[in-house]
Design a protein around this ligand. Structure first.
Ligand code: ATP
Ligand code: MG
Length: 162
């Protein structure tokens, strides 16, 4: 269905905010104007749930911060959402592997944390079904940013009839 991605994302962040009132600061850099995207809300919700959960999970910071940044590229009818954390980060040699099935950066640590190591592999499949791309930037001991680029609709405003 066609939804306003910004509203969709804000609602997901609201949910996380309710359960992480005391241990995570959420920073929203999300435009006030809608960005219309055609997405399966349950599937894309699963992607964002996993990415945001990871941002919170892979951090031993007392002061956890997750920053959201949404930007539209009107020229190409694409949009990018960035989800940035200040957590453990990922060594440069391993960052591209996190999208592989069952891949976990630190096996011992991962075992304690629970989960299966499938979250990002599934997320990648879902994003690609939407004609999107997902990738990561990370600096060890500093944090990780996940980027998701998706198609979006052109503005169907009355720009032309002046
Ligand atoms: P699941 O999502 O199935 O519960 P998982 O979180 O271990 O398990 P993925 O979400 O696929 O699996 O992530 C794969 C691995 O990538 C993680 O085990 C972790 O090592 C690393 N990783 C993912 N996101 C981050 C992040 N924000 N910061 C640091 N490491 C991360
Ligand atoms: Mg995960």
């Amino acid at each position: 269905e066609i939804v306003d991605f910004n509203q969709f994302l804000n609602r997901i962040i609201d949910r996380f905010e309710m359960t992480h009132k005391d241990d995570v600061e959420f920073v929203r850099n999300i435009p006030p104007t809608p960005i219309f995207t055609e997405i399966a809300m349950d599937k894309m919700g699963q992607v964002l749930d996993n990415v945001i959960s990871n941002a919170i999970k892979y951090s031993n910071n007392d002061y956890k911060k997750v920053e959201f940044h949404v930007k539209q590229n009107r020229l190409y009818n694409r949009m990018t959402v960035q989800i940035k954390d200040n957590g453990l980060g990922i060594p440069a040699s391993k960052v591209d592997r996190i999208f592989e099935r069952f891949y976990r950066v630190d096996k011992g640590r991962a075992r304690k944390m629970g989960g299966t190591g499938l979250g990002l592999a599934i997320s990648k499949e879902i994003v690609e079904v939407h004609d999107g791309r997902i990738w990561a930037n990370s600096v060890e001991n500093k944090g990780t940013t996940i980027f998701i680029n998706l198609p979006c609709e052109t503005l169907e405003e009355d720009d032309w009839d002046v």
